[in-house]
Design a protein around this ligand. Structure first.
Ligand code: MN
Length: 191
């Protein structure tokens, strides 16, 4: 059964002015869709015909890994946003962030630094590692921390296609905007 582009839980213009409708139309409507289409074209005749995205992320390499991971990563990224969600963590995740990083502000600073220092294309992640501790990790290209046994909690896409239409080369401006669209209820449920 072919993979499909998941519906967004908000309208394409709902994240403005932080992320424009034009960026959603291209990033979700064109790039995310292209990874879905590529994956559907690559799978037939391979041992991944009935595999889940997670299985392909853990076991595949080359084009199948790249496209399966990009489908998963983008779905996870877009589902982290909402027009009106709480913009700060609560409950158990808030406690864990405070214990690990000192404060939410300190976490934001470290996560932002990780996203800004990631060379080229990739993803910055907040994960729960195998010991149950929070960790910030950088992944290049389509990289996904499931492959290392981590539980992903939050991600930031730093491929230029994520921000170039709105912020051109200014990745730091995109990072500032990013915190204004996160829904920490959604993120907290992953913890
Ligand atoms: Mn992207």
């Amino acid at each position: 059964m072919p993979f499909e582009l998941p519906k967004l839980p908000y309208a394409a213009d709902a994240l403005q002015p932080h992320i424009s409708k034009q960026t959603i139309d291209f990033h979700y409507g064109k790039h995310h869709q292209a990874y879905v289409n590529n994956l559907n074209n690559l799978i037939p005749g391979t041992r991944f015909e009935n595999a889940t995205l997670e299985q392909m992320i853990r076991e595949a390499d080359g084009g199948i890994f790249n496209n399966a991971a990009q489908v998963w990563n983008h779905t996870f990224y877009f589902e982290s946003f909402s027009p009106a969600g709480p913009r700060e963590p609560n409950d158990a995740l808030a406690t864990a962030i405070n214990e690990t990083f000192g404060s939410f502000a300190a976490f934001k600073e470290q996560f932002t630094k990780s996203a800004l220092t990631l060379f080229g294309s990739g993803w910055a992640w907040l994960v729960k590692n195998r010991e149950g501790k929070l960790e910030i990790v950088q992944e290049s290209n389509a990289g996904n921390p499931l492959k290392s046994g981590h539980t992903p909690l939050l991600t930031c896409d730093v491929w230029e296609h994520a921000y170039y239409l709105d912020y051109q080369n200014k990745r730091p401006d995109y990072l500032l905007a990013y915190w204004n669209v996160l829904d920490w209820d959604v993120i907290g449920k992953r913890f």
